[in-house]
Ligand binder design. Structure first.
Ligand code: NOJ
Length: 566
């Protein structure tokens, strides 16, 4: 690796970032799906002590923060997004004491911690839902959820014909004949956000984790909490025609921002203020900006690149639009290529254009698998590396998903009886393989039970080819994707000063070139013909996604500013 950082420069930047209240603006955040990261107690499920045992690994990635997907008590009807208790740890994953130890170890290494808050729905095993079922019709306990009488003879039919995001009906009948609403799986009853106790309880949850030292929150389906379910309820066909402009009965309602204004007051009780990022699938970037406002959550995921093909023009438009939007609102933008809900980008980019896109179902994205023989995995990985290196050179923050640093492909070879994703089982409009393929436990070593994940078989089956991508194998290989991520993330902090970029015209429609205010350049070649650099510039290339630095096809390089290399 070319060491472009003097120790003094690096330490000065790191010290400044450690105390900076706006650390989140250009952070590299690494998402951990706890049940699939590392299994310390050998039960096949990843756990908090497993993550603790890998803190050195996380530090070796030079990330600024981790985001933990839910680790709360859950029956795993939706991979932990069915939360039975918001203020505890699933006993299979550890204890609150383990959580405290983990956060202390991460903070000691300068890594911040973001946890997932799932406010739209609870698990059906949450105490409140048990009370609602027991207390019966018309009870105060039912008011915390969305219960309605059915239609038709004896209320046998659901209140409406609405579909859940995962397919199938969005209403479930309970023993006494009433129905409850669930946007997602049956085991995820939606909360009633008009209820003061619901609002109060989430403030308590935010303080509970903030008091334990959590630095920020990722808000699950932030755009769905508030609803207008006044009668008469529209049919599914009518619902689809209602514009999502702030008054839709279910999605992206303006009144949801009252909730986040209250949350902001809680975040600001802390020093530094706690941060938040909204998962909000809304119709326009202007509507997304409302979630990212300083009076609200502060930041919102921008999934535009995740939905785009590997295409220079598409990337350029998306990058320019989102930077302009962020500047206009005072937030910083977020870049994402993979997460636990979509087909891994190394696989998406190996599929013919469009075929590899995640499938949108309602307002949710779910993974679309492709027939195996249509995937060119070599090309997919080459493009994934190039896209990631471009992403890491952009102003704003980047969210990385566990395993992408190993160049992992989506795992298609999971038998139906081993699958777990409710989206796979509920069918509906959904015709892909579900999201299990990106949630298979990580390979840490080429040998051993579950490739070093733990001492037992992993809860989702790992394919034999995981051995080639194990952390120990890739650590030993300077050309591996892991080595690329480590180098790029190590240098990245030098690029991330002012949140701006200027485009340099390349005369090629398939090559993007940009310069940051401090002189760092990124050249991304989306085409197949090489893009030769001037000899003097080629000498300043410090990092590239191919061994050949003369920018061959499907390759990105970083060029250091003049004078930096001496
Ligand atoms: C979005 C989460 O990312 C996804 O995994 C989950 O299934 C839904 N929200 C429901 O909580």
């Amino acid at each position: 690796m070319t060491d472009v950082r003097s120790d003094d420069t690096r330490q000065a930047i790191e010290a400044e970032q450690a105390t900076d209240a706006s650390w989140w603006r250009q952070a590299a955040v690494y998402q951990i799906y706890p049940r699939s990261f590392a299994d310390a107690d050998g039960d096949g499920l990843g756990d908090l002590p497993g993550i603790l045992s890998r803190v050195d690994y996380l530090a070796s990635l030079s990330i600024d923060a981790i985001w933990l997907s839910p680790f709360y008590p859950s029956a795993l009807a939706d991979g932990g997004y069915d939360v039975a208790d918001y203020r505890d740890v699933d006993p299979r994953l550890g204890t609150l004491d383990d959580f405290d130890k983990l956060i202390a170890a991460l903070h000691e290494r300068g890594i911040r911690v973001i946890v997932d808050i799932v406010p739209n729905h609870t698990s059906n095993l949450h105490e409140w839902f048990g009370e609602a079922l027991a207390a019966g019709r018309g009870s105060a306990a039912r008011e915390r959820y969305i219960f309605r009488d059915g239609t038709g003879d004896g209320g046998e039919e659901p209140p409406t014909d609405w579909e859940s995001v995962f397919g199938g009906p969005a209403w479930e009948r309970v023993e006494d004949g009433q129905w409850y609403f669930h946007n997602f799986a049956t085991e995820q009853p939606d909360l009633n956000w008009d209820h003061p106790e619901v609002r109060e309880d989430f403030l308590r949850t935010l303080r509970f984790w903030s008091d334990r030292g959590v630095d920020g929150f990722r808000i699950d389906v932030a755009h769905m909490l508030t609803k207008d379910l006044s009668e008469p309820l529209p049919s599914r066909a009518e619902l689809e025609l209602i514009p999502q402009d702030g008054n839709h009965p279910l999605i992206d309602r303006d009144d949801v921002h009252e909730v986040y204004a209250e949350w902001r007051r809680v975040f600001d009780e802390y020093d530094p203020p706690r941060t938040a990022v909204a998962e909000a699938w809304v119709s326009t970037s202007e509507r997304r900006a409302k979630y990212a406002s300083a009076e609200g959550l502060g930041q919102a995921f921008n999934f535009d690149l995740l939905e785009a093909d590997f295409d220079a023009a598409a990337f350029r438009t998306i990058i320019a639009d989102n930077l302009a939007q962020a500047q206009a609102t005072g937030s910083s933008t977020t870049w994402v290529l993979s997460n636990h809900d979509v087909t891994r980008h190394a696989t998406r980019y190996g599929l013919p254009a469009l075929a590899g896109r995640p499938v949108k179902q309602g307002t949710e994205w779910v993974a679309a698998g492709g027939p195996d023989d249509a995937i060119d995995r070599g090309r997919g990985l080459r493009r994934a590396r190039a896209a990631t290196l471009l992403l890491l050179g952009l102003p704003g923050s980047t969210y990385l998903y566990q395993g992408e640093e190993l160049g992992l492909q989506e795992v298609a070879e999971i038998a139906a009886e081993q699958r777990q994703d409710p989206a796979f089982f509920r069918g509906g409009e959904f015709d892909g393989l579900g999201r299990d393929g990106c949630r298979v436990p990580l390979p840490w070593s080429a040998d051993g039970a579950s490739f070093g994940f733990g001492d037992a078989a992993a809860h989702l089956p790992q394919p034999a080819w995981f051995a080639d991508h194990a952390v120990d194998v890739e650590t030993a290989d300077p050309e591996s994707t892991l080595s690329l991520y480590r180098e790029a993330l190590g240098i990245r902090r030098l690029l991330q000063t002012e949140e701006r970029l200027d485009w340099i015209e390349t005369g090629r429609t398939d090559v993007l070139r940009l310069v940051r205010p401090n002189g760092w350049q990124v050249v991304a070649n989306f085409g197949t013909d090489a893009f030769p650099l001037e000899a003097e510039e080629a000498d300043r290339v410090v990092l590239g996604t191919a061994e050949d630095r003369s920018v061959p096809g499907e390759t990105t390089v970083w060029i250091a500013p003049e004078g930096l290399l001496g």
